[in-house]
Design a protein around this ligand. Structure first.
Ligand code: CO
Length: 680
């Protein structure tokens, strides 16, 4: 326990306020009073609100008091979310006990710490070391890795051997090391650095990879422990750029398309509480997961019906399929190994987002525990999305048309070469969709004239893109009209021909409950239209069915890496499309809290090992989006956005089409018999 202390937050920080302009700095209002209570709780509106910058700084100060090492660095500081029961019991305006969860590393010896800080009491609740864990490198560790590689004699010699002398123009990309059993790497904190040539600042390094040179860096010892220098493939000659300035001409045949909402947006954002039509949810940014949707519900008949307690990206992994020395280790877990949330992009109106936009900021700490603002981290807006429903009745010559408006909550993150967009869509018929947008630049490899490895495809002269896959595991704590839910697998199956099926046309939907975690781990199967239904058997609709939502797969992929491979063991979650577990607050990350350099077994395999029963329980769904990326020339020098996702649709959750009361946007969209004048 640390003694109470006055705030040490820099004055500049106090000017910022939180993302919604609420006063979060009430404690500063009593100048010169050393006894000012340090808690920020009074100004926090809801127990699920992310840490304010002051709270982040306070948590860091508590940790530094507990472990007084000048080399203590922070990997992440985030809200320690209260238990679900405490969130449910929370009364608006009531005091909230705020806790922070911090991960830190003492760079003097590589010891990793986890701390839970009680911000209300200003004390450390728990402080523990995590032997063997390798959290995401801090930004100063990345800086050190870059420096030690550049000054390594062997690395410089390897580049000189390839005719490269101007080393200032070399871009070094640090890669998570993985674990391929090399005894020299065990117990160390390592990165693998690969390099690219950039002629000038605006160059595209990925056009000119330096093939076969990999520097293995020990981050604790701050030195290159091994230099791989394989082959004699030349660096590709052409700097192939995607920036506007580098294009010979730009199109000039588009006329303005403007999106205006003259009366303003139809949603409200109060703090983190977002309400639109009958939807409501809490939207926040997490330094690891990025965009998080909490407390999602739908107002129906004067009652807020719950749908999900929490939805976020749990983990993602990108395994590459080329076995060469410069490529085989590429399988980044962009969330757990790199910390995708802290890499969230600041979005720009008119570029990233178009129309009437409301933004939320995000916050993530720097290595020293200082809160760093990510301005415009989350974009909230409405979109016209073509038709919601329509019908023309030929008998009465009447037509009813409704346009679909959707609420979009999104964010972007750039992780090295790739850019990922995370989009949640909410529709007026109760549907939800999640879409991940993949763009940015492919990984590249240099190839010799006339050569194409079987595991890569040419995208330019002497340049190939290795085949790879992207897996995204979305964790959803669904609470369909209450927490006690049953998940079932649904398939269409033909009925046997016979007296009951004399025309052999009959088929049915077979609904099979997933009774325990051991039965979880489900694969898609398109011939039977396999999908999953999440029902609350305690609540029935007007026709006596259990109210439910159904989860429909979109694009998926089976992992190609062999079962015994390092990545298959470490990313066991990606070997199936759906896992179901019992809700447990510590089970957030599908590959474990610290997937770097592990040999596997953490995350999903560990969560399901107890084989907990699942029927009518508080369940969590882990759905895995997958895409196999066979690289094409059009993916270079920058990849057009590829979309991949899934849908959640109400399935007997409502008694009827819930969007009958959506108003026709103009009178002509609802015309009584004989009145249609618009060509309907
Ligand atoms: Co790709």
């Amino acid at each position: 326990m640390v003694k109470p202390r006055t705030r040490t937050t820099k004055p500049t920080l106090a000017k910022r306020g939180d993302q919604n302009g609420r006063a979060t700095h009430a404690a500063h209002a009593a100048p010169g009073n050393g006894a000012v209570p340090v808690t920020s709780a009074a100004s926090v509106a809801h127990p699920l609100d992310p840490l304010t910058p002051d709270e982040m700084a306070q948590a860091a100060a508590c940790c530094r008091d507990r472990h007084r090492s000048p080399q203590l660095r922070f990997v992440s500081i985030a809200l320690r979310e209260p238990a679900k029961a405490d969130v449910t019991a929370h009364v608006p305006g009531a005091a909230v006990t705020r806790r922070a969860f911090a991960v830190a590393i003492d760079r003097a010896d590589g010891t990793v710490f986890e701390a839970v800080v009680d911000l209300t009491a200003n004390r450390i609740d728990s402080w523990s070391t995590v032997p063997g864990a390798q959290p995401s490198p801090t930004f100063d560790e990345y800086g050190d890795a870059d420096r030690v590689i550049r000054s390594d004699r062997r690395w410089r010699a390897a580049l000189r051997r390839r005719g490269l002398t101007d080393l200032d123009n070399v871009q070094i990309d640090p890669w998570p090391a993985g674990n391929f059993g090399d005894p020299n790497e065990q117990g160390r904190r390592i990165l693998r650095g690969i390099a690219y040539v950039r002629d000038e600042r605006a160059s595209n390094g990925y056009a000119r990879p330096i093939e076969g040179v990999v520097a293995v860096v020990d981050l604790n010892e701050r030195r290159v422990i091994e230099l791989i220098d394989e082959g004699d493939t030349p660096v590709p000659a052409a700097d192939i750029r995607y920036d506007a300035a580098a294009q010979p001409a730009l199109r000039d045949d588009l006329r303005p398309l403007e999106i205006h909402q003259p009366e303003g947006v139809s949603f409200t954002l109060a703090g983190h509480l977002l309400r639109w039509q009958r939807w409501q949810m809490r939207v926040s940014h997490h330094p690891r997961e990025g965009l998080v949707i909490h407390a999602l519900g739908y107002e129906d008949g004067g009652r807020l019906r719950s749908i999900s307690h929490r939805m976020s990206l749990s983990e993602m992994v990108v395994p590459y399929g080329d076995p060469s020395p410069g490529q085989y280790f590429k399988n980044a877990f962009d969330s757990g190994e790199i910390g995708l949330g802290r890499l969230t992009s600041s979005l720009t109106l008119g570029c990233d987002c178009l129309g009437e936009i409301v933004y939320l900021d995000g916050w993530a700490c720097d290595p020293f525990g200082q809160p760093q603002r990510i301005a415009n981290a989350i974009c909230v807006h409405e979109e016209d999305f073509n038709l919601l429903w329509r019908h023309h009745d030929g008998h009465s010559e009447s037509t009813e048309v409704r346009r679909s408006r959707r609420l979009v909550v999104s964010s972007w993150a750039t992780v090295g070469n790739y850019d990922y967009g995370f989009f949640w869509y909410f529709y007026e018929d109760g549907s939800i969709e999640h879409e991940i947008k993949l763009t940015g630049i492919i990984q590249t490899m240099a190839v010799k004239d006339g050569e194409t490895p079987p595991t890569a495809d040419l995208v330019a002269r002497n340049l190939a893109g290795p085949i790879h896959q992207h897996f995204f595991c979305v964790r959803m704590d669904l609470d369909i009209d209450g927490a006690a839910n049953t998940v079932s697998e649904v398939e269409t199956r033909p009925l046997p021909a016979g007296p009951e099926n004399p025309y052999d046309n009959a088929f049915e939907a077979v609904v099979t409950p997933i009774r325990s975690e051991a039965e979880s781990g489900r694969s898609v199967h398109s011939p039977t239209a396999r999908h999953w239904r999440i029902a609350n058997p305690a609540r029935t609709n007007a026709v006596g069915q259990a109210v439910a939502y159904a989860l429909f797969p979109g694009e998926t992929a089976d992992m190609m890496a062999g079962e015994a491979s390092s990545v298959a063991k470490r990313a066991a979650f990606a070997r199936k499309q759906l896992w179901v577990t019992r809700e447990a607050p510590d089970e957030l990350y599908a590959a474990g809290a610290y997937p770097s350099q592990t040999t596997g077994g953490d995350g999903i395999p560990s969560f399901i090992s107890g084989n907990r029963l699942l029927e009518q329980q508080d369940v969590v769904l882990w759905y895995v989006i997958g895409t196999s990326h066979i690289v094409r020339p059009e993916d270079f020098p920058v990849t057009p956005v590829h979309r991949s996702g899934f849908a959640l649709r109400p399935w007997g959750f409502f008694d009827t089409n819930p969007a009958l009361d959506v108003a026709p946007p103009v009178a002509g969209c609802a015309c009584a018999p004989g009145e249609c004048v618009h060509g309907h």
